[in-house]
Ligand binder design. Structure first.
Ligand SMILES: Nc1ncnc2c1ncn2[C@@H]1O[C@H](COP(=O)(O)OP(=O)(O)OP(=O)(O)O)[C@@H](O)[C@H]1O
Length: 294
C-alpha cells in the first residue's frame, strides 16, 4: 500500500490559552481536502507545522512517508505552499520570484508560470510590494501552482481576491488535480470553494478537529423535512425544529427520522437537501456548547 501524502498523529501546539489538537489526519493521494473553521481555530498553525515553520509541542507528522527534520529538502520539493502571509517577497519582482522558486523544483513549469502571470495581469518586472493585495495573493498562488508539485498546501489562497478572479483560481485548482494524482489541502472560509473543489472536509473549531467528512456523503446525510405537526422528543436524528405551518425539521439521520415520524402518523409534506453552509453551522455548534459548559 502506498504511503498517505499526509499523516498526522496526536499533533498539538499551544500558544497561551489556545491549544490546537490533538490532530489526527490521514490524507491519501489524489484528493482535495478543505480545512474549514472560524477565525483563530488553528488552520494556519496546522499548515505551518506541515511546512515545519512551527515546531509541534507533541505528535508526529509524516509527509510522503518522510519526516522532518531529516527529510526536509525532499519533502519541501514535493510541496507548493501558499502561506497565509508572504514574507520577504516585497522587493522581488514576479520574474525574480519565479526564477528563485524554479531553482528548488525539478517539476517547475515556466510556461505555466508565464501563462498564469499573463492571465492574472501581473507584469513580470513589477515588485511584489507594488501589487495590490489581491494581486499579491494571485502571484503567491501562481508560484505554488507552477511548481507542479505533488501536494499543494493552500492557506486561504483567495483571500482578498475579487469574485471573478476567485472563480478562475478555483478552475486552476481543478485543472491542477485533474489527473487524480495530485493532492490539495486548502484552508478556507469560502463555502463555494468547499462545494466546488473538496472531496473531503476537515472541521477545526477552537483548535479541535471535528473529523474528516466525505463531502458528498455529508451533503446526503442531512435533510430538511416539513411536517404537519411538532415532532415530539421521541423522534431520532432531529437537530433543529422551527415552529410554523408546516413545521420545519433539520435531521442528520433523515431515513430514521422519517420512519419514526410516519409511525407516529405525522405527514411529511416535503423534504429537501440542506445546503453546506447550514450543515457546517450545525456541526460547529456542539463544540461551542461544550465549551460553554466547561
Ligand atoms: N506565533 C504566534 N504567537 C502567539 N499566538 C499565536 C501565534 N500564531 C497563532 N497564534 C494564535 O493561535 C490561534 C490560532 O491561530 P491561527 O492563525 O492558526 O488560526 P486560523 O484558523 O488560521 O485563523 P484565521 O482564519 O483568522 O486565519 C489564535 O488564537 C492565534 O492568536
Amino acid at each position: 500500500m502506498s504511503d498517505p501524502v499526509i499523516s498526522v498523529e496526536g499533533l498539538t501546539k499551544s500558544y497561551g490559552d489556545f491549544t490546537l489538537g490533538p490532530v489526527d489526519l490521514r490524507i491519501e493521494p489524489g484528493y482535495v481536502v478543505a480545512v474549514v473553521g472560524p477565525n483563530g481555530s488553528g488552520k494556519s498553525t496546522l499548515f505551518r507545522m506541515l511546512m515545519n515553520l512551527v515546531r509541534p509541542d507533541a505528535g508526529e507528522i509524516r509527509l510522503f512517508g518522510m519526516r522532518y527534520p531529516e527529510s526536509e529538502v525532499e519533502i519541501k520539493r514535493k510541496i507548493g505552499y501558499v502561506p497565509e502571509r508572504s514574507v520577504g517577497h516585497g522587493e522581488m519582482t514576479a520574474a525574480g520570484l519565479g526564477s528563485f522558486v524554479a531553482r528548488w523544483y525539478d517539476t517547475w513549469e515556466p510556461a505555466l508560470y508565464r501563462d498564469l502571470l499573463g492571465r492574472f495581469g501581473i507584469e513580470p518586472h513589477k515588485r511584489f510590494r507594488e501589487l495590490s493585495k489581491g494581486t499579491q495573493r494571485r502571484l503567491s498562488f501562481a508560484l505554488a501552482l507552477a511548481t507542479n508539485a505533488e501536494l499543494l498546501l493552500l492557506d486561504e489562497p483567495t483571500e482578498g481576491v475579487d469574485p471573478f478572479a476567485r472563480r478562475e483560481m478555483l478552475e486552476d485548482i481543478s485543472r491542477f488535480v485533474g489527473d487524480g494524482e495530485r493532492t490539495v489541502l486548502l484552508a478556507t472560509h469560502v463555502i463555494e470553494e468547499v462545494r466546488r473543489l473538496a472531496d473531503y472536509v476537515v472541521f477545526l473549531v477552537d483548535g479541535e478537529t471535528l473529523g474528516l467528512y466525505e463531502k458528498d456523503a455529508l451533503l446526503e446525510s442531512w435533510r430538511t423535512l416539513w411536517v404537519d405537526r411538532p415532532p415530539g422528543d421521541s423522534v431520532p436524528g432531529i437537530v433543529e425544529v422551527e415552529e410554523g405551518t408546516p413545521v420545519r425539521i433539520v435531521s442528520d439521520s433523515p431515513a430514521e427520522t422519517a420512519y419514526v415520524l410516519r409511525e407516529l402518523g405525522t405527514t411529511i409534506v416535503r423534504t429537501a437537501p440542506l445546503d453546506l453552509e447550514e450543515i457546517l453551522r450545525h456541526l460547529m455548534r456542539p463544540s461551542k456548547a461544550a465549551d460553554g459548559a466547561r
